[in-house]
Design a protein around this ligand. Sequence first.
Ligand code: NAD
Length: 514
Amino acid sequence: MDKATPKDVFSANRERAAPLLKQLRADGIGHMIDGKIEPSVTGDSFETRSPIDGTVLATVARGGPEDIDRAATAAAKAFKAWRDMPAPMRKKLLHRVADAIEDRADDIAVLECIDTGQAHRFMAKAAVRAAENFRFFADRCAEARDGLNTPSEEHWNISTRVPIGPVGVITPWNTPFMLSTWKIAPALAAGCTVVHKPAEWSPVTADLLARLVKQAGVPDGVLNTVHGIGEEAGKALTEHPAIKAIGFVGESSTGSAIMAQGAPTLKRVHFELGGKNPVIVFDDADLERALDAVVFMIYSLNGERCTSSSRLLVQQGIAEKFIEKLTARVKALRVGHPLDPVTEIGPLIHERHLAKVCSYFDVARKDGAVIAIGGKPHDGPGGGHYVQPTLVTGATAKMRVAQEEVFGPFLTVIPFRDEAEAIEIANGVQYGLTGYVWTGDMGRALRVADALEAGMIWLNSENVRHLPTPFGGMKSSGIGRDGGDYSFDFYMETKHVSLARGTHKIQKLGSSSS
Ligand code: NAD
């Protein structure tokens, strides 16, 4: 049989999406509370629109404090049975969730494209990765409770871990399906119940996830999803006394607000926040591979990616040549309809986000930098929130375009002299999520890795996620780490149990022999 052409794939994607969208419009999106799809108590709703052409995708329940209270109460009610369920049983259920996600992977991919504007070439794998997240943590259900044996002379000391209780998970709109499973899968594997508040700009696949978890047989109340606005439903979730911890992914300023909102109820918080990540290219690097990684790490996923390398630090001796090659690649990037498999950059999530990204074109000019490529909205299919991939050169380290997170396909290039200057520029921002270093000198690679103030460093590589490794940021980029056992540390309490050998002396107060 002939191989399907990109045109065939594009029309197959549209055909797949059509009935799903029809049903979405007819059903709307409600909250999932205690296993039932519910409207908001107030009856309030909002519309979610596609960034491709502005069409209304669904009417979405707009949750408030009463809906959060119902969801938190359901999570609290379901907690004991879920916590005490034998680990092999929980493992089986979470694998079933992964199966259900895989069965619907193609549907999830097209819905995610239409709801968020992300290109299909990237979203095609998003559901598969989400299923992997569930499988990875499902396999660790039993060991989640493991502790240490630290005996002393007179006592047998052991530690164990217990799930902290019902938790809140608040997620952003960039790759929302995959990202929410990063937080929800370990919470469920640990034995916590969850109230999820997805981003208001991308509610579609969060609704599907809640349905798939129910369909897989996970008991009612274990995963509850309340849609709505951050300052309403999100705020109420962070303030609810039944919720013991908040796993949050989003902007640094929202993280600060959540910390304050959660303070009266002493919430444990885990924050994955913004970034202005450097990729440092030294003159002895494999420049072809470095170029591939530089382009991929800022222009994939519409640049709406926390780990994107949005600052290119390039050594002076190679800067001109490297920028010349980079320019050619950025010019050739294909902006287009997200369901078209040839598209590399789709429309940005929302008109407000498009306006924010476009505002940085003027910021760059005012700062005295040069917009070498792009710098305008793009007239794409459907007339949605498209923007030209943009390359800013002639920048210096203190300019706003070198300091602030733009969160779009927008790369700022800053030349540097030597290793010491590269480190100084790389660290001279409020953020510290990731750093990427390209060099042929392994000693230098390790020295720079050591000196960079970032939670994750890749040497001669783009961001490649390995689930057992710690994921998270320093400085304004976050608090805490995800991944493997690090996730369990957050969702669980460590409990110390000490058993006396019966031989140690106990002081006898109030006794004449003391
Ligand atoms: P955002 O902070 O605006 O919103 C994230 C979530 O928080 C949404 O669900 C929103 O409704 C909710 N929210 C907003 N205000 C709230 C409040 N007062 N109380 C409780 N919840 C509230 O972020 P966004 O614009 O959706 O996402 C983009 C940001 O996320 C970027 O800064 C990006 O770097 C960051 N991000 C970080 C990581 C990471 O791992 N470090 C990963 C992805 C995205």
